[in-house]
Design a protein around this ligand. Structure first.
Ligand code: SF4
Length: 298
């Protein structure tokens, strides 16, 4: 499979719109702001991308690409994005940004028209998922993963329950977390969300739930919506801005996931230099890089 993305766990990215507004500390050093300013674009303005971008998921392999040795002849006129490829949606924005409401239904349609792709949608606006799914009765994308993007415990305690509550209502997607940039150790084992009017509390990492209200019959179940994938990464930012993440924090969060049997992908770590410079190790040798069963591993 070809890959044209600098993000190691996806093959491609797809940006139907660009521009965003910052919502929390994880946004402070957002790369999109730096890059868009370099091109003289206003990063705070959400704009629809070109028709070419919208057609990208359907682009075919050309004779030139075959001649360049990029694809075998047998693939000529097949889509460049191959079945089973992983594609990140909105690398230059937030898919659930309110300024993109008028284009989202069309974007869902594009994703639905390529059901052979693993679509991965990271977001810091998990509170908007239910309202953005409304009106999509019967909507189905074969493999859609929404990642709650969280940087610290407070955001994990807010966004992960919002994501899993949405999944309980709309089971048409897989739920995961992107802990990047990880700004402090985040204890995923302690994240719970309430079901059935808060009578039940469910653990986000294990899917175990129990009744916590003494007025209700007590009970215990172990198959509630839970996190199916966790991505962890130290911050990738300029030297004078980067916030150092001790690798022990990443190791601890990784072990928490492994103990619960949740696939975990360590994207990058900081070297633990004496001066905590935040120097990045993008390919940390031997660190776990797993995918959920429903995605191909490579
Ligand atoms: S939500 Fe994402 S794209 Fe938007 S400012 Fe924050 S980090 Fe950047």
């Amino acid at each position: 499979m070809g890959t044209d993305s600098g993000i190691p766990y996806v093959h491609h990215t797809w940006g139907p719109w660009r521009g965003c507004t910052k919502v929390s500390a994880g946004c402070n050093n957002c790369y999109m702001f730096r890059e868009q300013r370099r091109w003289d674009n206003d990063p705070t303005k959400v704009v629809r991308c070109s028709k070419g971008n919208w057609r990208q998921p359907f682009k075919k392999v050309t004779a030139g690409q075959v001649a360049d040795g990029l694809y075998p002849l047998a693939q000529m006129f097949k889509e460049v994005w191959q079945p089973g490829d992983r594609v990140m949606v909105c690398p230059w924005s937030d898919f659930f940004h309110p300024a993109a409401d008028e284009w989202r239904e069309e974007a869902w349609g594009v994703m639905g028209a390529r059901p052979d792709i693993h679509w991965i949608v990271p977001t810091k606006r998990t509170e908007r998922i239910p309202e953005c799914f409304k009106g999509l009765a019967g909507f189905h994308v074969e493999s859609l993963t929404i990642l709650a993007s969280v940087e610290n415990q407070a955001m994990a305690d807010k966004r992960i329950p919002e994501l899993l509550e949405a999944k309980a209502e709309w089971p048409c997607f897989h739920a995961g977390v992107s802990l990047e940039p990880m700004l402090e150790y985040v204890d995923l084992r302690s994240v719970g969300w309430a079901i059935e009017d808060a009578d039940w509390v469910c653990n986000a990492l294990t899917g175990e739930a129990w009744c916590q209200n003494s007025d209700s019959p007590s009970g215990y179940v172990d198959d509630c919506p839970k996190l199916e994938w966790v991505i962890i990464g130290a911050e990738n930012a300029p030297k004078d801005k980067v916030r150092h993440c001790p690798s022990v924090n990443i190791h601890s969060a990784k072990c928490d996931c492994q103990s619960a049997g949740v696939p975990v992908y360590v994207k990058q770590i900081h070297y633990d230099d004496k001066d905590c410079s935040g120097r990045l190790n993008k390919m940390p040798k031997g660190w776990t890089r797993q995918y959920p069963d429903y995605m191909e591993s490579e």
